[in-house]
Write a protein that binds this ligand. Structure first.
Ligand code: CO
Length: 157
C-alpha cells in the first residue's frame, strides 16, 4: 500500500490545472489505486490528482462504504441545474469547513479505469463532491470559495 503526500493550502501547486488523460496505462492505474489508498487513509470522501501534485484529470470518490470507490477520469460537466449550499471540507484544508454554493443536479461525462465512456447524473452528496473535485482539477480550491473575511483569517495562520 502506498499513500501519497496530500498538498495542503497554501501550496501553490494546488493552483495548477490538470490535463486530460490520453492513455490509461499501468502508471495511470497505479496512480488511481494509490489515490484511493491515500483518500481512505486520510478518511476523505474525494481526492483529485492535483492534490497529490499530479496534473492529470483523475478523481477518486468514496461516498458510501458499500460501493467500491469510484475512479473518474477526464470528467466534464455537461448539464447543471438548481443550487445547493452545503458545508464542505477538504483534505488540503484540514479542520476547515465552509458553506459553498454548488449546482444541485449535475450530469457529467467521464471515462472509467477501463477506458469506457460513461454518463452520470447525480443530485446528492456525490454531486457536491464531484463539483468540489472537478474544481481541484481546474486549480480552484475552497480558498477561492471563501468570503474575504474568512480568507483574511486563514492567511493569519
Ligand atoms: Co478538496
Amino acid at each position: 500500500m502506498i499513500t501519497l503526500k496530500v498538498l495542503k493550502y497554501p501550496d501553490i501547486n494546488l493552483k495548477k490545472k490538470a490535463e486530460n488523460v490520453k492513455i490509461i496505462d499501468t502508471n495511470i492505474k497505479k496512480l488511481a489505486k494509490n489515490m484511493i489508498e491515500t483518500m481512505l487513509y486520510n478518511n476523505g470522501i474525494g481526492l483529485a490528482a492535483t492534490q497529490v501534485n499530479v496534473q492529470k484529470k483523475i478523481i477518486v470518490i468514496n461516498i458510501t462504504s458499500f460501493i467500491r470507490p469510484l475512479i473518474i477520469i477526464n470528467p466534464k460537466i455537461i448539464y447543471k441545474k438548481g443550487y445547493s449550499f452545503e458545508l464542505e471540507g477538504c483534505l488540503s484544508f484540514p479542520n476547515i469547513f465552509i458553506k459553498v454554493k454548488r449546482n444541485k443536479i449535475i450530469k457529467i461525462k467521464f471515462i472509467d479505469i477501463n477506458g469506457k465512456n460513461n454518463i452520470l447524473t447525480t443530485d446528492n452528496l456525490l454531486s457536491i463532491c464531484l463539483q468540489h473535485e472537478i474544481d481541484h482539477l481546474n486549480g480552484i480550491t475552497l480558498y477561492d470559495k471563501m468570503s474575504p473575511l474568512k480568507k483574511k483569517l486563514l492567511e493569519k495562520f
